[in-house]
Design a protein around this ligand. Structure first.
Ligand code: ADP
Ligand code: MG
Length: 319
């Protein structure tokens, strides 16, 4: 049973309140509070030392990334950031680490406009759980279930930057120093696409953030929407750094590693001009990588023929 089967089997069940507009299964839950003009988007993610970041990682990077992965889920819903809660478990209270952690956390909180409103602090293995809250107008949230046959599939920014950073850090890939710095920054301090997500309201039919790899995360859109997709690898947005490493690493880091926190979204053909209209506002760019088709599952082509990645994507309980 993998991570997602496990959630489905043990935890997914009907909800009792009409105010629960969207429950388990998307990037955030959506709650309609009585009398409120906007809906509350709620998401949570945990980072564990030795699983999500290396022992000895800087406090700044850990604080920044723990919040970034949550903000990225708000971005994928098209939500406006509101507030967050911080649950911190650590073996000892090291002032140097805590100062760095706090600075990284609040650097991103200030960039996107999130207030820290609570949490819990306990002694234990270094683990950070953040719950982030955002708001979105009724009916406007971007969900995983809205993709339709004929929609184009897009991703923001470049894919595989975090993967290349990870390979470089672990010594499996050697890069010129200036390249190394740029991909490590993408791994340690991803830029959640919060402005982009809100701009995609009314344009995207479905959206998800890429935390587990394009194949896995697009797969969630396909499953939730009941459709299939065809991807053309020649259209995959890869940076110059990735291109330089391509002969060594191939396509897979961009497809199955994850940790990029870019958005993957679908756009009905008639709204492609609207996407072109907002695109100049965003430096990351939006790249058309394929189309939604009838059926189920994902067909990946690389010009010569079908392409099969070595594995599906990051999964905490795979096999
Ligand atoms: P994301 O990568 O967007 O953070 P996940 O892959 O972690 O989402 O989780 C998939 C969905 O399952 C989300 O809607 C999440 O809230 C939900 N989920 C994950 N774990 C649990 C759990 N233990 N109980 C209930 N829902 C869960
Ligand atoms: Mg997500």
């Amino acid at each position: 049973m993998d991570e997602f089967d496990l959630i489905e089997h043990y935890f997914k069940r009907p909800t009792r309140h009409a105010e629960v507009v969207l429950g388990v299964g998307d990037d955030a839950a959506l709650l309609a509070l009585p009398g409120a003009q906007r809906r509350l988007a709620v998401t949570t993610d945990t980072l564990i030392e030795g699983v999500h970041f290396a022992p000895g990682a800087s406090g700044f990077d850990v604080g920044y990334k723990a919040l970034a992965v949550n903000v990225s889920d708000l971005a994928a819903m098209g939500a406006r950031p509101l507030a967050f809660l911080l649950n911190l478990s650590m073996p000892k209270a090291d002032p140097v680490w805590l100062t760095g952690f706090r600075d990284g956390l609040f650097a991103l909180a200030d960039t996107v406009g999130l207030d820290l409103v609570g949490g819990d602090t306990v002694r234990g293995p270094l683990t950070i759980t953040i719950t982030a809250l955002g708001t979105v107008a009724p009916g406007e949230a971007l969900t995983r279930s809205g993709a339709r046959i004929g929609d184009r599939i897009y991703v923001s920014g470049f894919l595989g930057e975090a993967a290349v950073g990870f390979l470089a850090r672990s010594g499996r890939l050697s890069l010129p120093p200036e390249f190394q710095a740029s991909v490590l920054a993408r791994l340690d301090r991803p830029l959640p696409r919060i402005e982009e997500g809100q701009a995609l309201i009314g344009i995207a039919s479905a959206a998800i953030d890429i935390s587990d790899g394009l194949i896995a995360d697009l797969g969630h859109i396909l499953q939730a929407s009941g459709v299939g997709a065809e991807l053309d690898l020649r259209r995959l947005p890869l940076s110059d750094v990735y291109d330089g490493a391509f002969a060594t690493v191939g396509y897979d880091p961009a497809l199955v590693f994850g940790d990029d926190y870019e958005l993957c979204f679908t756009v009905p053909p008639e709204r492609v001009p609207a996407l072109a209209g907002i695109a100049p506002r965003f430096a990351c760019g939006f790249h058309d990588i394929g189309a939604i088709v009838a059926g189920t599952g994902l067909v990946v082509r690389d010009g010569e023929g079908l392409y099969v990645p070595a594995r599906a994507g990051y999964n905490h309980f795979d096999g």
